[in-house]
Structure formats: C-alpha cells, structure tokens
Design a protein around this ligand. Structure first.
Ligand code: NDP
Length: 451
C-alpha cells in the first residue's frame, strides 16, 4: 500500500457502515484510521435499532401479563420503572460500544475520538487542527433526525432524545407516520403512556403494501393508540411544564412530550465535501455510484449519508463491498433491489418485494392471503389477527413479494426473503412441508388466490 499518504483509508464515522469498511480494509492489509466524534456504534447501536428493540421488548411485557390470565396464571400488580429500564439499556449499549472498539483495535484500525473534516480529495483536518493525508476517504457519517421549522419546535424531542428522557411522558404526541413514529407509538403505548399520533397523509407507513398498512393501523388503534390521519402539527406552546400542541385544524392537545418522527437528513454539514469538489444533493446526501464512489475518485460514501436505503444491513453491505472492491481486489457492487425490512410496530410488520399496487402496475399477478387469529391469542382472548400475503407473478408463478403482519413477522420475512430472492415459484412454496402448529405454515398452505 502507498507510503505517500499517512493512511491508505481514512473513515469518517464509526457506525455500522464505517466500522465494517474499516475492519475489512485493515484485514486486507490497508493502513486504516477512523474518526468518530460521538460514540462508536452509530445510530444503530447508540440511538436506533438496538435501544429501540430493547424498548420494544420492555413494552411487550404488558401483552405477556395480559395473555397470562387466559392461560391460568395470576399475575400480581405490575408496574414499570422507566429509570431502571433506561439504566439497564444504557449498560447494554455501553457493552456493545466496547465490542465495536475491540473489533477495530484487533484489526489494527487507529481510532480518533474527534470530528474530522475534509480539506481536499486526499486530506483531512481533525479537531485541534491536526492534518492527515489518506489515499482514500470514506464518508460514513449517517443521518440525523430532522424537525420541520414550526413555532415552538424547540420544545419537541426526536428519537435521539427519547432514549434518555429522565421521566416517562404520561401523555405523548408523535408526529409522523413512518418507521420511527409507528414503532415508538407501540413502544410508549405498551409502556403505559397515553399516545396520540398525527400523520399528514391518509394512512401510516407510506410505501408499504396497503393491506399491511390498514392492518397495522387498525391493530394499533385497537391497542389504544389514537392515530389521527390527515392531521399535522402547527405549533407547540409550553405552559406550566406541559405542552399545548396546536394542530393544523386549530384543535389543541395538551401533552407532556412531543416526538417529531418526521424523517432524517444526511449528516454532511460542514464536512468539507463541497470543498473537495463534490456537489451534494439538496437533502445533503452524498452522490455515489454502485461502487459507493463519489465523483471525486478518492472519496467514497456508504450508509444513510448516501440516502440509498436507510437500513443498517444496507450500510454494512455497502461498507463491506467498498472494502472488498478497493482493498481486497474483488469488484463487489451492491445490489439494492429486493431489500427486506421490518417495522417493529405492535403487531410487527415485515415485507419483501413490491406492494400489491406496484406489482399490479407492472403486470398480471395472483394474490394469496391468509388472515387468522394466531393460536396464542385464542386462550388469551385477543381478537387481533395476523396477515400473511404472497404476490405471485401470473405468467411464471414466481413469488415476487411477501407481506406479513403479526407476531414474528420480522423473523419470518428473513427466511421468505431468501426464497423470493432465489426466484422461488408458488409451486416451490407449496411443495415445502408445513411446520405445524405455527403461523408461518400459512406461507406454504395457501391454495387459492383471493384475486
Ligand atoms: P420516514 O421517512 O420513514 O418517515 C417520516 C415521516 O414523517 C413520514 O410519515 C412523513 O410523511 C413524515 N413527515 C416528513 N416531513 C414532515 C413534515 N414536514 N410534517 C409532517 N410530517 C412529515 O422516517 P423515519 O425517521 O421514521 O425513519 C427514517 C429511516 O430510518 C426509515 O426510512 C428507515 O429506512 C430507517 N428506520 C428503519 C427501521 C427499521 O428497520 N425497523 C426503524 C427506524 C428507522 P410522508 O409519508 O407524507 O412523507
């Protein structure tokens, strides 16, 4: 590797994509350094997927306690201690952060716990004015929650803040209808907060299959979440420790906290990319090709900062592919088609492949659907149903999409995604023996299309 530079690779950002790229490049023999101005682990580990899922688990105990009675158990009085949970969650996040550091240390990556800014295509300046040169620079700075500019918006929190609130808000208003909004609506409702959700569109989870969206929304409402669609927030006023939220129709709601889950924006402010000759998208995203290379050949970018697919596994795959291509000698483009994903709502929703509407627009399809009460719910006395849907191309019977709502949806979709990715046909699904009694067996036992 080149001695003309201080490093072969300098990575900015210690999240999922940056850490993977740094480790793989170092293991391939590159001299690698990584700067992270906050905590190692990035959004996923520190203030995203991991703490969110721990909160989700915490919130699901309410269901377990309620279900228990139907199975003959008597559960005594229950209560939830927010501070105790937050401390346990923080200890786990610190443990994971340590693992990330360990991975990089063992791979021989030098870590700088500070901000790094790009000065030109091969040089960077670290906090304190320290200059470094690198043959390649990888931008993996992720994204940050974005709040619309409204009167009183400074009183609203984002998903970054909710993990560290000193007290659990008794009344919470959530604005948005995407992943973060819907997941936190379920979590906070499960933990006992009174939750109201404003979504400006006509149904939450835009971009997902319409039946999936309707199913999730109905189940969330049945669980006590007040979802107002076609509703937006106009202003927030603070009075005596409470927040008066004025909606776009003038209606006022008084709550203890407002969570703005109105999307994220690439974290590129002041990074110096323009100085190096890269024109950013209006959103601030870094433009890249399928090799994650920017128009400036020595600078690459992976993960949320590129706004391709804002999911941890995509960032990891992009980081890995970049390192293999540039340092491993194996040209590895990233395929962003057919990305499975799950929304950890309650009930969970998960999808791979196009929505029914998109599939129909592309050609003739057959739709297979099962809607049923999962076995667990019967003795528990719950009416909530599960939805499993397959979309099959009419011409050759290829299963092109699967949409699931219900317990274990995320776990099931991971396996279904393998079959769909391999081009399995409906006959391949049908030939597979069912695993009984499970909910997932419906995937292989749906005989007649519903449309
Ligand atoms: P999303 O883009 O999913 O949702 C943003 C929501 O905010 C949408 O409902 C959008 O409405 C609404 N919105 C945007 N601007 C405004 C505004 N000015 N006023 C009112 N509402 C507004 O963003 P999230 O922050 O929820 O998530 C970001 C990304 O992170 C996701 O796209 C996903 O890729 C990833 N993520 C993945 C998770 C998982 O895998 N389980 C969990 C959490 C996040 P509209 O639909 O009308 O545009």
């Amino acid at each position: 590797m080149s001695e003309a530079f201080d490093y072969d690779l300098f990575v900015i950002g210690g999240g999922s994509g940056g850490v993977r790229a740094a480790r793989v490049a170092a293991e391939a023999g590159a001299r690698v350094a990584l700067a992270e101005e906050y905590r190692m682990g990035g959004t996923c580990v520190i203030r995203g997927c991991v703490p969110k899922k721990l909160m989700m688990y915490a919130s699901q105990f309410r269901d377990h306690f309620e279900n228990a009675a139907g199975y003959g158990w008597t559960v005594g009085e229950t209560s939830f201690d927010w501070s105790r949970f937050i401390a346990a969650k923080d200890a786990e996040i610190a443990r994971l952060e340590g693992i990330y550091r360990g991975v990089l240390t063992r791979a021989g990556v030098e870590m700088f716990p500070c901000r790094a800014e790009i000065r030109d295509p091969h040089s960077l300046e670290l906090a304190g004015g320290y200059r470094i040169s690198a043959k390649h620079i990888l931008v993996a700075t992720g994204g940050r929650p974005w709040k619309p500019p409204l009167p009183g918006i400074e009183h609203a929190i984002t998903s970054d803040d909710i993990f560290h609130l000193e007290e659990q808000p008794r009344r919470l208003l959530i604005v948005g209808g995407g992943y973060v909004a819907c997941e936190f609506a379920g979590i906070m409702n499960g933990l006992g907060s009174q939750v109201r959700q404003f979504y400006r569109g006509d149904q939450i989870l835009r971009g997902f299959d319409d039946e999936l969206r309707d199913h999730v929304a109905e189940a969330m409402r049945d669980r006590g979440i007040a979802i107002d669609v076609g509703r937006d927030i106009a202003a927030i006023e603070k009075h005596d420790g409470a927040l008066r939220v004025v909606a776009d129709n003038g209606e006022v709601t008084v709550v203890d906290a407002v969570l703005m889950a109105t999307g994220r924006q690439p974290h590129t402010d002041g990074l110096g990319l323009e100085r190096a000759g890269i024109e950013l998208a209006p959103s601030g995203a870094v433009p890249v090709d399928r090799w994650s290379q920017t128009p400036v050949p020595s600078i690459y970018a992976v993960g949320d900062v590129t706004e391709r697919v804002e999911l941890t596994p995509a960032a990891i795959r992009e980081g890995q592919a970049f390192a293999r291509t540039v340092f491993g000698g194996i040209a590895t483009p990233v395929d962003h088609t057919l990305v499975p994903s799950a929304v950890f709502t309650q009930p969970e929703a998960a999808s791979v492949g196009p929505t029914e509407a998109a599939a129909r627009a592309a050609g003739e399809v057959r739709v297979y659907r099962a809607r049923f009460r999962p076995m667990l719910h019967i003795l528990a006395g719950r009416s909530e149903t599960m939805l499993i849907k397959l979309i099959v191309r009419a011409s050759d019977h290829t299963v092109i999409a699967c949409h699931i709502v219900g317990h274990g949806a995320a776990e099931i979709i991971q396996m279904a995604a393998i079959a769909v990715g391999m081009g399995a046909t409906k006959e391949d699904f049908d030939r597979t023996l069912a695993v009984h009694p499970t909910a997932a067996e419906e995937l292989v036992t749906m005989r007649e299309p519903v449309s």
